[in-house]
Design a protein around this ligand. Structure first.
Ligand code: DOR
Ligand code: ZN
Length: 431
């Protein structure tokens, strides 16, 4: 049976360095000075070993926009970013509203083999918000869809959302809501506030997000169902999450790295690289999101990795598509915004990037403790290294990173999926 020996690493950055021996995809031994002459070796050099990251929110663009990303290139980006599982959103073309599409995504992900690609099914047919998709068929097919979302669009009709929650409850699957009341954001391209007003950009008010978060918390309460809020972006959403969790409602939320770090002062240049949905908010919102992530009010980090072609980003602000790359930069941004200021330690990073997302969606073999007998889904991080982001060097086909030329702490030096090395020293396996 093949063996992998990861030498001289600190699990969660705790205790003295140890060696971790992996056999047949499972952690077989954790001790100092393990002797395994036939094993493939990764020299850890005292770096931090974490459970492989789990991204609940990735756009891989296959099928339909393979000019911007494919399951293969997105999987490589994920492995390089330290991920061992990603959830591929349903807003593809055709939309992933049937088992034909969700099974393709699952099978292609397994074929590429760099990361477990879990398909997200659409809540409504064609993401149109009118008629529930065949959630049961998708949940029971080969790809075993366990998360449903119309992401990119809000399930805005409260009756449809209520039925979706009830149906999801009986199937034991998760509904992830892109919280945006569309009547309040028609034509909006930027956060509604002093910056957008000065720049003459149509505003997307906080209330468009918060009104849906409040409504869905109440719908989940009444249905006795779980609901997950995608890309929380406002201080008000944080307050609502506190309230809802305090009521015992089964609600969870994610925050993106870009909403932790960036704010709407970025818009001064009118560069659509900063256009994203929900929009970059004010510095006070970003601060509230960081505090909420530290406290567990917001459960986890999810990238909203959204590749776009050059012609869809390098154009006038109103015409540009919203979205930014995220998979390869997420860990570094979490290190800068959360670890450096002391809001999270590395145990906390494991919680928000791996354990909580896996729990939220009910994965059994990701986000597990680093312990003997557990699946070897692991990420090795050098906390002392720095790197400078260059979009053209990222594994994604698209280059739309808002972090171009910025230097960040922490580098993912290796990723392991069930004992197989999927990325190492900046190179994805087989790519
Ligand atoms: O910025 C975004 N881009 N937000 C979304 O909800 C969708 C995503 C995309 O698909 O590009
Ligand atoms: Zn979204």
């Amino acid at each position: 049976m093949s063996e992998l020996l990861i030498k001289n690493v600190k699990p969660y950055n705790e205790g003295e360095p140890v060696d971790v021996l992996v056999r047949g995809g499972v952690i077989a031994e954790i001790a100092a000075g393990i002797d395994a002459p036939d094993a493939e070796v990764i020299e850890g050099n005292g770096q931090i070993l974490l459970p492989g990251f789990v991204d609940l929110h990735t756009h891989l663009r296959e099928p339909g926009r393979e000019d911007t990303e494919t399951i293969e290139t997105g999987s490589a980006a994920a492995a390089l970013g330290g991920y061992t599982a990603v959830f591929a959103m349903a807003n593809t073309n055709p939309v992933a509203d049937s088992a034909v599409v969700t099974d393709h995504v699952w099978r292609r992900g397994q074929e590429v083999g760099l990361v477990d690609v879990f398909p997200v099914g659409a809540v409504t047919v064609g993401l149109e918000g009118k008629q529930l998709a065949e959630m049961g068929m998708m949940a029971n097919s080969v790809g075993q869809v366990r998360m449903f979302s119309d992401d990119g669009h809000c399930v805005d009709d409260p009756l449809i959302m209520r039925r979706a929650l009830e149906y999801a409850n009986s199937l034991d699957v998760l509904i992830a809501q892109h919280a945006e009341e569309p009547r309040l954001t028609k034509g909006a391209v930027a956060h509604e506030g002093p910056t957008a007003a000065r720049l003459g950009l149509a505003g997307w008010p906080r209330a468009a997000e918060e009104s849906i978060v409040a409504r869905d918390a109440l719908l989940a309460r009444d249905a006795g169902a779980r609901v997950h809020i995608c890309h929380a972006s406002t201080a008000g959403t944080v307050e609502l999450m506190k309230w809802a969790k305090g009521q015992g409602i089964s609600i969870t939320a994610e925050v993106t790295p870009h909403h932790l770090l960036l704010d709407d002062s970025r818009l001064e240049t009118y560069d659509a690289i900063n256009k994203v949905n929900p929009p970059l908010r004010e510095a006070s919102d970003a601060a509230a999101l960081r505090a909420a992530l530290a406290e567990g009010v917001i459960d986890c980090v999810a990238t909203d990795h959204a590749p776009h072609a050059e012609q869809d980003k390098c154009c006038e602000f109103a015409a540009a598509r919203p979205g930014m790359l995220g998979l390869e930069t997420a860990l570094s941004i979490v290190a800068q915004t959360m670890v450096e200021p002391g809001l999270l330690d590395w145990r906390g990073v494991a919680r928000v990037m791996s354990e909580r997302p896996a729990q939220i969606v009910g994965l059994d073999d990701h986000g597990r403790p680093i312990a003997v007998g557990e699946p070897a889904n692991l990420t090795l991080v050098d906390p002392d290294a720095e790197w400078t982001v260059h979009g053209a060097e990222l594994a994604s086909i698209s280059n739309n990173t808002p972090f171009e030329d910025m230097t960040f702490p922490a580098v993912v030096t290796a990723t392991v999926l069930r004992g197989k090395v999927t990325a190492r020293e900046g190179k994805a396996a087989g790519i």
